[in-house]
Design a protein around this ligand. Structure first.
Ligand code: PLP
Length: 395
């Protein structure tokens, strides 16, 4: 790959890729569901430009805090194109969202009380999140025994019944939706089929007349040997009871939309040799591309400056800019091409849960470039410096 002028470390966003993913997911859903909504999961990557792409391509914004709610409004989402989930709603934004016909899914007890502050002379609609215990619903998809969830109201404990009854007593409030997000590590189609079967048994028991079912997110994006958007959508539809098939079906993908659209570029700034290894220091950091420190490798490629290849007699430990010993990204085995100062590592598919989880540790937020259809690059977020870091601080 030819070396282009970049301020590293940086992310590079491919707008076409993100728009393509949204369009493909929408096409798949529309094949089965006459009424469907994609609520882009803002937390997965809340870069304002990504929110704009989601909005321009017909997505709703799925938000889980009053900050995300305000962010979605600032970027231009209409209130009735917001899905408001999570325990971190403020009372003010919760009531505002319901009054303006956003899709609001109750997650916490205090929200049930807040409903009393809505005017009595009008009818309002809300949804309720159901708790999904993966070990109970689909043991084959559990990450560990007793793979429980702290979200939603549990049917088994009787709390879902309590929430339903409390809300049904409020004459001006109608339960019109169910939210059932749960994300298994496997992201398997089977898991979602089982969630649908589990939840609809509950819905049918309560004889709720629902307008929407929000299945949440957690799906694979376009990747070889992984379920496609069409396979997921078809399975959702087939698992649904025929009585529920004309419901508005909502998904809240984040990973499936944004993971593949981002690259991260780090440049080699120093090389040391000791203890039988070569330590390659880059100006990037694992904090930017693996904030949970769980990845063992990456989709990556190298961009070398020099023409001649020299092969290393030592393993090369490619590391980050921070002073954390464990800020090591990967090790290149003996016998592979040697990295030199100025060479670059390009990490692919790093758009999900990276930028939104980056800490402000040692190096502040990196530059983000937008790559257009001709490959030209434009800055869509400048690198954060001390001025951005210091804002709103007294000193
Ligand atoms: C309620 C909710 N919806 C959607 C998502 C998006 O998940 P993903 O990015 O894996 O699609 C999440 C992720 O945590 C979530 O909590």
């Amino acid at each position: 790959m030819e070396k282009i002028k970049l301020h590293t470390p940086c992310f590079i966003l491919d707008e076409q890729d993100v728009a393509h993913n949204i369009c493909e997911f929408k096409t798949a859903l529309s094949t089965y569901f006459a009424k469907n909504i994609i609520g882009y999961s803002v937390k997965t990557n809340s870069l304002p430009y990504i929110l704009k792409i989601a909005k321009d391509n017909g997505c709703y914004a799925e938000v889980v805090s009053y900050h995300e709610y305000q962010l979605a409004l600032k970027v231009g989402f209409q209130k009735d194109h917001i899905i408001y989930n999570g325990p971190m709603k403020s009372k003010e934004t919760f009531l505002d969202a319901i009054k303006h016909r956003a899709i609001v899914n109750i997650e916490a007890w205090r929200e049930v009380d807040w409903l009393d502050d809505l005017p009595n002379d009008q009818e309002y609609e809300i949804g309720v999140r159901i708790n999904i215990n993966t070990s109970l619903v689909s043991p084959e998809d559990e990450d560990h025994p007793e793979d429980d969830s702290r979200f939603g109201f549990s049917f088994e404990s009787g709390e879902l019944d309590k929430v339903f009854n409390l809300i049904l007593k409020k004459k001006n409030i109608k339960i019109v939706g169910i939210h059932s997000h749960r994300e298994p590590k496997t992201r398997s189609v089977r898991f979602y089929e089982r969630v649908i079967c589990y939840v609809q048994d509950i819905i049918l028991k309560y004889n709720l007349s629902l307008k929407y079912w929000d299945l949440g997110g957690g799906f694979f994006g376009c990747m070889p040997n992984k379920p496609t958007y069409d396979e997921y959508s078809k399975a959702f539809f087939n698992a649904l009871d025929t009585k529920l098939r004309d419901i508005t079906f909502i998904v809240e993908p984040g990973n499936a939309i944004v993971a593949s659209g981002f690259d991260y570029v780090a440049e080699v700034i120093d090389i040391k040799n000791h203890d039988g290894k070569t330590y390659v220091c880059t100006d990037g950091t694992r904090n930017d591309i693996d904030p949970f420190f769980r990845k063992s490798d990456y989709f990556k490629e190298f961009c070398y400056q020099g023409e001649t290849s020299v092969f290393s007699q030592l393993p090369q430990v490619v590391s980050g800019l921070t002073c954390l010993e464990y800020d090591r990204m990967f090790t290149i085995p003996v016998g592979e091409r040697k990295l030199n100062i100025g060479d670059r590592v390009i990490f692919h598919r790093v758009g999900a849960y990276t930028m939104s989880l980056t800490p402000l540790f040692i190096h502040y937020f990196p530059t983000v470039y937008l790559k257009d259809s001709k490959g030209h690059l434009f800055v869509i977020r400048e690198e954060w410096c001390e001025d951005e870091f210091i804002q709103k601080s007294k000193y």
